[in-house]
Design a protein around this ligand. Structure first.
Ligand SMILES: Cc1cc2nc3c(=O)[nH]c(=O)nc-3n(C[C@H](O)[C@H](O)[C@H](O)COP(=O)(O)OP(=O)(O)OC[C@H]3O[C@@H](n4cnc5c(N)ncnc54)[C@H](O)[C@@H]3O)c2cc1C
Length: 380
C-alpha cells in the first residue's frame, strides 16, 4: 500500500520515527544549542544509530536503501526541528556520496560503515578563502611523493571543521583549472591537519564552520578517490544531490516558520480579534503555505528524476534556488506576523530568519544556481 505521495507503510513508519526523534532529541534543545553555540555531536551519533545518516545508501554498508526523495523528506523533518542538524546530516550524506560513487570497493567497505553509523562525521572541503563560486580556481595542492600525497593549503567555510573525523578534500594535483583537481580522503588525526579560524556566524551557531589548514599532511596514495584529475567532476556531481538536500532543509525550515506564525496569529489579538482573522495576515499565511508546497513539489520531483537515473542537475538547481528563496521569504514574513515579538529571541522566528539566509549561499549561491539553469536553457 502506498499513500498519495507514494510512501509505502515502511516509509511512513520511518518518517514518523524521524519526526518523533527530531521532537524528542532536537527540537526541545534547539534554542539552547543555538544560543550557546553547542555542537550536538551526540545527536549525530543517535541519528546514525537510528539509521538516519545513510538513508539513500545500500544496506550492505549500513544504509537504509531508500529512494533519494524519501531521504529528503526525512531531512525536511530534521531541519524543521533545527537547521544545523538537518544541514549537518545533508553534508554527511554529501561526503559519503563521494566514496560510494567514486571509491573502490575496498574504500567503500572501509569508510562508509562508520560514517553511516554516526561513529564518524565528515566534512566536504571544496571552498577556499580565495575561491568560492569559482571552485575550479582552488589552490590547495597535493603532490605525489612515493606512496603518499603531501597536502598543503587552507580550506574555508568547512561545515563541522575541527569536529570531523575525516575530510573529503579537493586539491590540485595537476594543471590549473578544473582538470587538475583530485579528491582525497584525509583522516582528521593525520599530523598537520588543524582547525584555524572558527567562524562567528549570523545563525546556525550550533553548527561549527571553520577554516581547516593542511600543513605538509601526508596521506597514503590509496586515499585518492577516483582518478587523478577527476576531482572537479566529482565535486560538482556531489553538489547536484547536495543541492536537493539544501532544498529539503529549506522546506523544513520554512515549515517551522509557518507553524510558529500560525500559532502566534491564532493567539495574538488586536482590535479584539485574533490577527489571523485579518485578511492582510491570512493572505500572508496563504502565500507562505503555497510557496512551501511548491518548493517541496519541485524538490521531490527533481529527486524522483535522480532516483530514475535521468539527468536532474538543472532541476536540482531550480529546487535549491526556489526553496531557499522561499525559506527566506517565509521566515521574514513569520517575523512580520509576530510584530515586535518577532524581533526578540522569546520566539524562534528571528532565529529562523537568520538561519534562512545561509541557504541562499551554501552549495552554490543562488546567483550560481541561476547561472546553471540559464546555461542549460541556452545551450546551443
Ligand atoms: C555556513 C556556511 C557553511 C558552508 N559549508 C561549506 C562546506 O561544508 N564546504 C565547502 O566547501 N563550502 C562551504 N561553504 C561555502 C559556500 O559554499 C560558499 O560561501 C559559496 O559557494 C560562495 O562562495 P564565496 O563565499 O567565496 O562567495 P563568492 O564566490 O566570492 O561570491 C560573492 C558574491 O558574488 C556572486 N557571484 C560570484 N560569481 C558570480 C557569477 N559568475 N555571476 C553572478 N554572481 C556571482 C555570488 O553569488 C555572491 O553573491 C559554506 C558557507 C557558509 C556560509
Amino acid at each position: 500500500m502506498t499513500d498519495h505521495r507514494g510512501l509505502n507503510d515502511e516509509q511512513t513508519a520511518l518518517l514518523s520515527l524521524v519526526r518523533e526523534l527530531a521532537a524528542r532529541e532536537i527540537a526541545q534543545n534547539a534554542s539552547r544549542w543555538e544560543r550557546d553555540g553547542i555542537f550536538p555531536r551526540d545527536t549525530f551519533t543517535a541519528l546514525g544509530k537510528a539509521g538516519l545518516l545513510g538513508l539513500p545508501y545500500p544496506e550492505k554498508y549500513g544504509g537504509g536503501e531508500q529512494p533519494y526523495w524519501v531521504y529528503l523528506l526525512a531531512l525536511e523533518e530534521l531541519s524543521r526541528a533545527l537547521l544545523s542538524v538537518g544541514l549537518g546530516a545533508s553534508v554527511q550524506t554529501l561526503t559519503i556520496f563521494v566514496t560510494y560513487v567514486h571509491g573502490t570497493e575496498e574504500q567503500r567497505a572501509r569508510w562508509m560503515p562508520p560514517a553511516l553509523a554516526g561513529e564518524w562525521i565528515g566534512s566536504y572541503c571544496l571552498s577556499e578563502p580565495g575561491s568560492g563560486s569559482d571552485a575550479a580556481a582552488l589552490s590547495t595542492r597535493a603532490v605525489r611523493d612515493g606512496d603518499s600525497y603531501v597536502l598543503n593549503g587552507t580550506k574555508a567555510w568547512v561545515t563541522h571543521g575541527g569536529e570531523s573525523d575525516y575530510y573529503i578534500v579537493f586539491a590540485r594535483t595537476g594543471e590549473a583549472g578544473a582538470k587538475g583537481i583530485s579528491t582525497l580522503f584525509v583522516p582528521a588525526a593525520t599530523p598537520g591537519v588543524a582547525r584555524a579560524k572558527l567562524e562567528d556566524k549570523m545563525g546556525m551557531k550550533s553548527s561549527p564552520t571553520a577554516q581547516v589548514t593542511f600543513d605538509d599532511v601526508r596521506v597514503p596514495a590509496d586515499h585518492l578517490i577516483g582518478e587523478e584529475g577527476s576531482g572537479f567532476r566529482i565535486a560538482m556531481e556531489a553538489l547536484d544531490g547536495g543541492r536537493l538536500g539544501i532544498a529539503a532543509c529549506s522546506v523544513g525550515l520554512a515549515s517551522a516558520a509557518l507553524d510558529a506564525a500560525l500559532v502566534f496569529a491564532r493567539d495574538r489579538k488586536q482590535f479584539g480579534t485574533p490577527i489571523a482573522q485579518f485578511e492582510g495576515i491570512s493572505f500572508m499565511l496563504a502565500d507562505m503555505a503555497t510557496q512551501i508546497e511548491a518548493a517541496r513539489a519541485l524538490t521531490i520531483d527533481a529527486a524522483k528524476r535522480r532516483d530514475a537515473g535521468v539527468p536532474f542537475g538543472t532541476q536540482a538547481a531550480m529546487a535549491k534556488l526556489f526553496a531557499s528563496d522561499t525559506a527566506m521569504r517565509v521566515t521574514t514574513d513569520a517575523v512580520q506576523i509576530h510584530g515586535g515579538y518577532g524581533y526578540v529571541d522569546e520566539f524562534p522566528v528571528e532565529r529562523y530568519m537568520r538561519e534562512a539566509k545561509v541557504l541562499q549561499i551554501v552549495e552554490g549561491t543562488n546567483q550560481i544556481q541561476r547561472l546553471v539553469i540559464g546555461r542549460a536553457l541556452t545551450r546551443p
